[in-house]
Ligand binder design. Sequence first.
Ligand code: NVA
Length: 307
Amino acid sequence: MTRHLLADDDLTPAEQAEVLDLAAELKSAPYDHKPLAGPVTVAMVFDKPTLRTQTSFSAGVAELGGHAMMIDGAMAGIGVRESVPDVARILGRQAGQIVWRTYAQSGVEEMAAHAGVPVINALTDEFHPCQLLADLLTIREHKGQLAGLRAVFLGDGACNMGNSWLLAGATAGMHVVISGPQGYEPEREIVDRAAAIAATTGGSVALESDPVVAVTAADVVITDTWVSMGKEDEAAIRLGDLAPYQLNAPLLEHAATDAIVMHCLPAYRGKEITAEVLDGPRSVIWDEAENRRHAQKAVMTWLQARR
Ligand code: NVA
């Protein structure tokens, strides 16, 4: 059966570990593996802005011997000019894999149901699984392990990154803490879903509204923009509501002495994170950004073997 990566828990704990091992292997020899030789075309559609995702997928597809086909979401008008199932059938006849960044999670699910080829979620309002694989790869590189580490996500816990941290962190056996104000908590359904996974991996999930309590003894401290793509109209209120959750040096003092700092970018210095922390010695953000390519190459390689 064709496999997809639509949400972080599409990979079992064993599969996630397998993909991360593969990512490390591909990173160590970036030009030695050509599972997309042919070249296989990977169709990439972006309905929202992109820099890291577009560049890392394009470069990654090229390194795997494939062909990256860029499709402008506005021009394609998926769901407007043509229905998602019709677009899925068209792209599935032209491309070997489909990468889509869009708004609704139901969109990528519908695409996967009709494409007949692997579909990769390149960010929806709900999840960002490619980013999490890059994040986990980065943590493994810096910490040598995932299981048992305390990972604290600060800020908008209801955004795609908060949700993906819950599912992917739990899958990896980590202790995931989401810390944000009332009204910015992840949905109960996702917390419960992550808790069920954590029960099988030895990890845990928790919500903690006090940022100092949350960050205390953290091994990994993560934040993300307070104004996710599509939420621009709420910018003023969000900047006020989330201000107490800024990742700054005094807050980071409470973390483990060897804690690392992560941010999926783009970052807004002086808002969700200070420049001092983002550009400081604990920050691993540039490794994290580079690892998007290696992680996504692993995902494409893994999915290509399971069509
Ligand atoms: N939560 C952010 C992630 C950006 C990569 C957004 O959706 O805009």
